[in-house]
Design a protein around this ligand. Structure first.
Ligand SMILES: [Zn+2]
Length: 136
C-alpha cells in the first residue's frame, strides 16, 4: 500500500456522528501519545471516505499548509501499530513542513512496508524528526 502526501483533502469528509467520532478518537489518542513525546500544536483530524476518483491505497494525508491530518476510514481497519505508523508519518509532514519522504527511514518511506515497527521504534523515530535530530 502506498501513502501519499498531497496538498489537499482526500475523498469526502465524513459528517460528525457517533461512528465518525469513534474513528476520529482513535487518531486523536495517537496524537495525544505523540504530544507526550514532543509538545505539539493542536492538529485537526478529519476522517474521510474514499470517493470513486480517489486511490484506495492512500492511507493518510498531512497538510502542507495549516495543521490538518486527513485519515480515510479504511486506514482505521489496519492493525493498531500500522494506524500509529500512518498517523505519526502524517504528523511529521504536518509539523515539519519540509519533511519529504525518505526511503531509508521506515517511518518516512512513501509506502508502508509489511514489516511492523514496534511502538518503541515508532516513538523514537517520531521524536527524532520532531526534535530535529533526524534531518530531512
Ligand atoms: Zn508521506
Amino acid at each position: 500500500m502506498v501513502r501519499f502526501q498531497l496538498g489537499g483533502s482526500y475523498g469526502k469528509n465524513l459528517e460528525m456522528g457517533d461512528d465518525t467520532y469513534k474513528l476520529r478518537r482513535k487518531v486523536i489518542e495517537i496524537i495525544y501519545d505523540a504530544n507526550k513525546i514532543v509538545r505539539l500544536p493542536r492538529i485537526n483530524v478529519i476522517i474521510t471516505e474514499r470517493g470513486t476518483k480517489e486511490k484506495i491505497n492512500v492511507l493518510g494525508i498531512g497538510s502542507l499548509v495549516g495543521l490538518n491530518i486527513w485519515i480515510p476510514k479504511h486506514t482505521l481497519k489496519l492493525s493498531p501499530l500500522k494506524i500509529r505508523e500512518v498517523v505519526y508519518h502524517e504528523i511529521v509532514h504536518t509539523i515539519c513542513k519540509q519533511a519529504g519522504h525518505d526511503e531509508k527511514c521506515l517511518l518516512m518511506k512513501a509506502s508502508v512496508s509489511n514489516k511492523e515497527l514496534t511502538r518503541a521504534s515508532l516513538d523514537k523515530r517520531l521524536k527524532e524528526y520532531l526534535t530535529g535530530m533526524r534531518k530531512y
